[in-house]
Design a binder for this molecule. Structure first.
Ligand SMILES: C[S@@+](CC[C@H](N)C(=O)[O-])C[C@H]1O[C@@H](n2cnc3c(N)ncnc32)[C@H](O)[C@@H]1O
Length: 231
């Protein structure tokens, strides 16, 4: 997927360049643009003087965004079971994009929009108060202290998420890292005036977001817990 604007696709200053097989590459080249508005997002970002935002299809009851969907398991499952809702998935990892594209074609899904852009840029092009729910399922915890600045949960991203959601208690982050949870809670407490209230809990077996992704299950198999932060 060659593009003129590599900066919008780069993550931590580098392009995610894990090997991708030729069939997956061909699949992306053939179908990706049918299920993505990345080019429009880039136009918005390049026109920030007029501050244009993306037009989100308005024929759905609910608009969801999942950031960092990995292999897309949660995204696909929800898109299949809730055809009246729109699921926008943002993922820099191309193999994940290919995997979801395969499922979109296999199941004939119409309610998924994909983005391969770095979510920091993608979110900037979303209209204010346009999104019903946002999911961040086990974002990379970057455990080493010197890598903490790479974490997704930052003041900047929280500001963007807050701006684009329609109401409170609609941003859901899960993590198996108590350290990441604690640091995010500290950040939220520090900026309580900007972000308002939040709640955290340990997920139980019957909870909707329990065990719903590869990273979550890996943590559970290793005896870990899954924490949920709602804001
Ligand atoms: C630890 S994995 C979790 C994947 C999946 N949610 C799960 O639980 O199995 C984090 C994912 O977030 C993606 N990611 C990290 N930073 C991102 C960013 N700035 N924008 C979009 N995706 C990002 C990574 O490529 C990776 O697939």
């Amino acid at each position: 997927m060659k593009n003129k604007y590599p900066k919008y696709y780069s993550f931590q200053g580098r392009k995610i360049s894990k090997k991708i097989s030729l069939p997956k590459k061909n699949l992306i080249n053939k179908y990706y643009n049918d299920f993505s508005f990345d080019q429009d997002v880039i136009e918005c970002l390049n026109n920030d003087k007029i501050n244009r935002k993306i037009d989100i299809p308005n024929r759905y009851d609910i608009t969801n965004i999942e950031i960092g969907f990995g292999n897309g398991e949660f995204l696909i499952k929800n898109a299949i079971s809730r055809p009246n809702e729109l699921f926008i998935g943002v993922e820099v990892y191309l193999n994940g994009i290919a995997k979801v594209l395969e499922s979109i074609l296999d199941f004939g899904l119409k309610n998924i929009i994909l983005s391969n852009l770095n979510s920091f840029y993608f979110l900037e092009a979303m209209p204010h108060k346009s999104i019903d729910k946002i999911f961040l399922i086990n974002p990379d915890p970057w455990v080493k202290k010197r890598h903490h600045k790479r974490r997704l949960m930052s003041y900047e991203i929280l500001s963007l998420l807050n701006k684009i959601t329609k109401s409170k208690n609609s941003i859901y982050m899960t993590t198996d890292s108590s350290d990441y949870l604690r640091d995010t809670v500290s950040l939220l407490n520090e900026y309580k005036d900007s972000f308002g209230s939040f709640s955290s809990s340990i997920l139980k077996k019957n909870d909707e977001l329990y065990g719903i992704s590869k990273y979550q299950r890996k943590a559970l198999e290793n005896g870990g817990k899954i924490y949920l932060l709602t804001l």
